[in-house]
Design a protein around this ligand. Structure first.
Ligand SMILES: *[C@@H]1O[C@H](CO)[C@@H](O)[C@H](O)[C@H]1NC(C)=O
Ligand SMILES: *[C@@H]1O[C@H](CO)[C@@H](O)[C@H](O)[C@H]1NC(C)=O
Ligand SMILES: *[C@@H]1O[C@H](CO)[C@@H](O)[C@H](O)[C@H]1NC(C)=O
Ligand SMILES: *[C@@H]1O[C@H](CO)[C@@H](O)[C@H](O)[C@H]1NC(C)=O
Ligand SMILES: CC(=O)N[C@H]1CO[C@H](CO)[C@@H](O)[C@@H]1O
Length: 838
C-alpha cells in the first residue's frame, strides 16, 4: 500500500464539480490529480525558482529567499549536492555553508514551499554532476544504470537526505515546506545509451523513492514517462507548446526547469532571454493547464572553488531575475513579478473552471477558463505570429494583441497583462526596454603585490613514474585541477638541425582541458580545448640541446564533466607527445619514462590562507609571470554594496580571499565577440573583514596583478526607452479592412523609472522625447528633441524611488521642427541613497 494507491484513492473522490472545494484542513501532505497538486488538501498555482544554497553564502540566503517571495514566487527549488554532503564515503557534512536543513527552514520561515531535487545525479553544471569522486573508484561501478554497486550507494544517499528531512519534520506531510522531491534528473537524455538496463534502473529508482514514504510526490524531470505515481515533468524553454504531456491523465502538468537564459561556458558570448519571451512561455503554459512553473535559475549565483563542471563559468546564470549578487535583474524581475500576481489573481477561474480552446486562425487562439457557478472567468488571447500584431474579437469586443504575445483578461473583460508590455497597464507602447547596467566604484589596491613562483618539476622530483603519461582525472582524484608531467631525454649534437634558425617542434596531443609546457626551463606556451571539443593539440618550436633535455607540462582540468552517459569513463590530460624536425626524424616521447606530480606545491602548502602563506618566501611581484602565485592585502570597501574583482588584466587561474576560493577565473579565453566570457568575479561580503584581507591568486599564463580592481556593485544607472505605436500603425491591411476599433482612446501612454530598493532618483543624466538613439549609458539626441523633456522628467522623478512618466508629445511640448513625429522617450537616471551627495 504505497503512495500510488493512496493517490488513486483520492482521485476517485475528486470530480470536476468538486474541484474547487478544499478537502479537510487536517489533511497534511501533497497529493495530485490531472489538474494540479493538492497541498494540504488545497489546489494552488505554484511559482517556483531555483536558488542553490552552495551557489551563495549562508549570509545571503535569507535575503535571496525574501526577494524570491517579493518576485511572487511561493516555491524555492534546490538540488541536494551529494559531493558536498558526502565528500568521503560514509562521512557526511551538513555544516555551515552546506547546512541544507537551515536553508530549507529559512524557506519555511518565509512562508514558502520547497522542492528538493535529490537526484542524486543532478547534472546542474556542477562538478561531476554532483557525484562524489570516490564513487568513480568503487569496484565494478557503472553510474545511473542497473548496477548494484551504484544503486546501493545511490539508495543510501537518498535515504540519508530523506531521513534528515524527516527528522526535522520538513516534508509537507509533517507540516514542513517540502512539497515535491525529485529522483534522478533528465534521464531521458541518456536512457538510450543504457538500453534495457536503463529501463530497469528507472523503474527501480521510482520504486525506491516511493518506498521512502515521504508523503509528497516524486518527480522525474525531462521524461516522457515515469514509473508508478512519480510525475514526469518538463524542462525547457517552451513547455506550454513543445512538451510531451504527463504520461497519465492523473498526473499534473509541471514545468521543473524553464531556462531563464542559458548557463555559459568560458568562450561563450553573453546569453540572453528577454523578459517578454519568458513571460510568453510561462503564460502559455498556465493557459494550457500548467500549474507549477519553476525558473531555472531564479538566482544563478557563483560556482565557488572547483564546483563548476567542465568549462562552466564561475558566475552561473547571470541573466536570472536575481543576479549573481542578489540584486534585481530588470526588466525580468519586475515583469515576471507582475505576471505572477496577475496569474494568482486568476487562480479561482484557472483551478476551478472548465477550459475551452477556440482556435481563431493559425496565429490567434483564445483559451477561456470559466466556473459557471462562481462566475470566475479568465481568458488568454494569444498571438503566436512573431511578425504581425493583430486584433482578436472576444465576446463582442476587439482586443489588440501585439506580435508573439498573450493578453490575460483576468475577468474575461479587462486586459490586466500582456506579455510584450513590460509594464502592467501600458497600452500602445510597443517597446519599453527597461535597462539597467552597473557603474562601479573602483578601488585601487595601494598595497604591494608579492609573488611566489611555483617550482617547475623535473622527473627526479617526482615519485609517480610510468612509461606513459597517466590519465589526469585518475591522478588528481578531484583534489586539484593540476597535474605536472615531466620527462628527460638525451640528444646527440648531430640529432639537432644544422641551421640555427630551424627549430624542432614540440607536439603534444591532449584529451583536455588545458596545458602549458616548459622545455629546459623555458616557457613554450599555453593551449586549451573547449567545452564542445575538449581535446586539442599543442605545438611550439623549441630550443633543444645536445645532452639531457627536460620537458615539464602542466596539464589541467576546468571541472569534471556533468552530463551524458558513462560519466565514470571520461578521461583527460596529456595523451601523446613527440618532437618533430630532428635530423633523425620524429622522436616519439609517449612511451618515455614520465614523472607525475599531482597538484601544485602552493596547494600542498596551503599558501592561499593565513597559516600556509608563511610556508614559502614571497618576493616583490613582477608582471607576466607564468605559473606564479600572487598575494596582496586590502581593506574592504565601505558600505554594504556587493564586492567584486575586475580581473581583466589577468589570464587564467584561481583566486582565494582570506583562504576561501572564490572560483576559477579565465579572462584570456575570448568569446567570438573578442571579449572574455567573465572578467568580474564575486567576492561575498561575508568573506571580508574591515581591514587587511588576504587575496591570493594562482596565475597560469601571466598577467598584471597591479591592474586588478576591487569594485562595489551598484545598479544605480537606470534607463527607460519607450515608443508609442500610433493607432493603425504597423497593422496589416487585412485587419484594417475589418474596421478594427483600436483601444487608443483609453490608452495610458506612460512608462516607469524605478530605483533599486531603498534608493531614490538623484539625477537625470539624459532625457529626450523625439527620436533619440543609442543604448543605456550612451543615449544620443536625434534630429527631433522636445526641449522640456528634462525639466518634466526631473519634476516627476527627482527624490523618488519610482516615477511614472508620460510618453506623449503633449507632455513635453514636442519639437516645433518635427510636428507629428512618433514619440520615443529615452531617460537615463541615476539612483543613490537618500542622504548621499550627488
Ligand atoms: C485541460 O485539460 C482538460 C482535461 O484533460 C482538457 O479537456 C482541456 O482541453 C485542457 N485545456 C487546455 C486549455 O489545454
Ligand atoms: C584509472 O585507474 C584505474 C585504477 O584505479 C584503472 O583501472 C583505469 O584503467 C585507469 N583509467 C585510465 C584511463 O587510465
Ligand atoms: C512600423 O512600420 C513602419 C513602416 O512600415 C516601419 O518602418 C517600422 O519599423 C514598423 N515598426 C515596428 C515596430 O515594426
Ligand atoms: C556611444 O555611442 C556612439 C555613437 O552611437 C559610439 O560611437 C560610442 O562608441 C558609444 N560609446 C560607448 C561607451 O558605448
Ligand atoms: C537552451 C536550450 O536548450 N533551449 C531549448 C529549449 O527547448 C526549446 C524547445 O523545446 C528549444 O528550441 C531550445 O533550443
Amino acid at each position: 500500500m504505497t503512495q500510488s494507491f493512496r493517490v488513486l484513492f483520492i482521485l476517485l473522490l475528486v470530480t470536476v464539480s468538486e474541484v474547487s472545494t478544499c478537502k479537510a484542513d487536517d489533511q497534511l501532505g501533497v497529493t495530485y490529480d490531472g489538474r494540479s497538486l493538492f497541498i494540504n488538501g488545497k489546489r494552488e498555482l505554484l511559482f517556483s525558482g531555483d536558488i542553490h544554497y552552495p551557489r551563495s553564502t549562508p549570509e545571503m540566503w535569507p535575503n535571496l529567499i525574501k526577494k524570491a517571495q517579493v518576485g511572487g514566487l511561493n516555491v524555492v527549488q534546490t538540488y541536494a549536492f551529494w559531493n558536498l554532503h558526502e565528500p568521503i564515503e560514509g562521512q557526511y557534512n551538513f555544516e555551515g555553508k552546506y547546512d541544507l536543513v537551515k536553508f530549507i527552514k529559512l524557506i519555511q520561515k518565509q512562508g514558502m514551499y520547497c522542492t528538493l531535487r535529490i537526484g542524486p545525479f543532478i547534472e546542474a553544471e556542477w562538478n561531476f554532476g554532483g557525484f562524489p569522486y570516490w564513487l568513480r573508484e568503487v569496484e565494478s561501478i557503472s553510474f545511473r544504470t542497473d548496477n548494484p554497486p551504484f544503486q546501493e550507494r545511490m539508495k543510501r544517499f537518498v535515504e540519508k537526505i530523506v531521513s534528515t528531512m524527516k527528522d526535522e519534520k520538513l516534508f509537507a506531510s509533517q507540516g514542513g515546506p517540502i512539497i515535491l522531491a525529485q529522483i534522478e534528473n533528465e534521464y531521458y537524455n541518456v536512457a538510450k545509451a543504457y538500453g534495457n538496463a536503463g529501463k530497469t534502473y528507472i523503474q527501480w529508482a521510482g520504486k525506491m523513492a516511493e518506498d521512502l514514504n515521504t508523503g509528497v510526490p516524486w518527480v522525474m524531470c525531462k521524461e516522457n514517462s515515469a514509473p508508478g505515481a512519480v510525475i514526469n515533468a518538463c524542462n525547457g524553454r517552451n513547455c506550454g507548446d513543445t512538451f510531451v504531456r504527463p504520461d497519465n491523465p492523473t498526473k499534473p502538468f509541471l514545468w521543473t526547469e524553464n531556462w531563464t537564459a542559458q548557463y555559459r561556458v568560458f568562450g561563450d558570448p553573453p546569453s540572453q532571454r528577454s523578459a517578454e519571451d519568458i513571460a510568453y512561455s510561462v503564460t502559455r503554459f498556465f493557459s494550457k493547464n500548467g500549474t507549477l512553473v519553476n525558473y531555472y535559475m531564479y538566482h544563478g549565483g557563483t560556482n565557488f572553488g572547483r564546483t563548476s563542471s567542465s568549462f562552466v563559468t564561475t558566475r552561473y546564470y547571470d541573466e536570472a531575475p536575481l543576479d549573481e549578487f542578489g540584486l534585481f535583474k530588470e526588466p525580468k524581475f519586475g515583469h515576471l513579478t507582475n505576471l505572477h500576481s496577475v496569474l494568482q489573481s486568476c487562480s479561482e477561474a484557472l483551478l476551478s473552471g472548465v477550459s475551452s480552446i477556440q482556435v481563431v486562425n493559425t496565429d490567434f487562439e483564445v483559451i477561456v477558463y470559466e466556473n459557471s457557478e462562481t462566475k470566475a472567468c479568465t481568458a488568454f488571447l494569444s498571438n503566436s505570429n512573431r511578425k504581425k500584431d493583430g486584433v482578436v474579437n472576444f465576446r463582442g469586443q476587439d482586443y489588440f494583441v501585439p506580435r508573439r504575445s498573450i493578453s490575460i483578461l483576468t475577468d474575461c473583460k479587462t486586459v490586466a497583462f500582456n506579455t510584450q508590455r513590460v509594464r502592467k497597464q501600458i497600452k500602445l507602447i510597443f517597446s519599453t526596454i527597461f535597462l539597467t547596467f552597473h557603474v562601479d566604484t573602483e578601488i585601487d589596491i595601494d598595497k604591494k603585490w608579492q609573488m611566489y613562483k611555483e617550482h617547475i618539476p623535473r622527473i627526479r622530483d617526482t615519485v609517480i613514474k610510468a612509461t606513459t603519461t597517466l590519465e589526469l582525472f585518475n591522478m588528481t582524484r578531484d583534489t586539484t585541477d593540476y597535474l605536472w608531467y615531466t620527462t628527460s631525454f638525451n640528444l646527440e649534437n648531430d640529432d639537432l638541425p644544422m641551421r640555427s634558425d630551424i627549430r624542432p617542434v614540440l607536439l603534444i596531443s591532449s584529451l583536455g582541458h588545458a596545458l602549458l609546457a616548459y622545455v629546459n626551463g623555458k616557457f613554450m606556451g599555453f593551449a586549451h580545448g573547449s567545452n564542445i571539443e575538449k581535446s586539442f593539440v599543442f605545438q611550439s618550436p623549441c630550443h633543444l640541446k645536445g645532452g639531457a633535455n627536460h620537458i615539464a607540462i602542466l596539464g589541467s582540468t576546468v571541472g569534471l564533466p556533468d552530463s551524458g552517459a558513462y560519466l565514470e569513463h571520461r578521461i583527460a590530460g596529456v595523451h601523446t607527445i613527440a618532437i618533430q624536425g630532428l635530423n633523425t626524424g620524429t622522436l616519439d616521447l609517449s612511451q618515455n619514462l614520465w614523472g607525475h606530480q599531482v597538484g601544485l606545491i602552493g596547494e600542498k602548502l596551503h599558501i592561499f590562507n593565513e597559516q600556509g602563506i608563511k610556508n614559502v618566501e614571497w618576493i616583490e611581484a613582477k608582471n607576466d609571470m607564468q605559473v606564479t602565485w600572487y598575494q596582496v592585502r586590502f581593506d574592504a570597501p565601505s558600505g554594504d554594496d556587493p564586492v567584486a574583482l575586475d580581473m581583466s588584466s589577468m589570464g587564467k587561474g584561481m583566486a582565494w580571499i582570506n583562504g576561501e576560493s572564490i572560483g576559477r577565473y579565465w579572462v584570456s579565453y575570448l568569446n567570438p565577440l573578442g571579449e572574455p566570457s567573465q572578467s568580474v568575479y564575486h567576492v561575498p561580503r561575508s568573506l571580508l573583514k574591515d581591514k587587511d584581507n588576504l587575496m591570493v591568486l594562482f596565475e597560469e599564463q601571466g598577467g598584471r596583478p597591479d591592474d586588478i580592481l576591487i569594485m562595489t556593485v551598484k545598479r544605480d544607472n537606470i534607463c527607460t526607452f519607450a515608443s508609442v505605436v500610433l493607432p493603425g500603425q504597423n497593422m496589416s491591411k487585412q485587419w484594417e479592412n475589418n474596421q478594427l476599433r483600436l483601444v487608443a482612446h483609453d490608452a495610458r501612454e506612460e512608462t516607469d523609472v524605478s530605483c533599486p530598493e531603498e534608493k531614490v532618483i538623484n539625477s537625470i543624466v539624459f532625457a529626450s522625447f523625439g527620436n533619440p538613439t543609442g543604448l543605456c549609458g550612451n543615449f544620443t539626441k536625434g534630429s527631433c528633441h522636445a526641449q522640456q523633456t528634462r525639466s518634466v522628467v526631473e519634476k516627476a522623478c527627482l527624490g523618488k524611488n519610482k516615477c511614472t512618466i508620460p510618453v506623449t508629445s503633449g507632455a513635453y511640448g514636442g519639437d516645433v521642427n518635427c510636428p507629428g513625429t512618433t514619440g520615443t522617450l529615452a531617460v537615463h537616471a541615476k539612483c543613490s541613497h537618500k542622504d548621499d551627495k550627488k
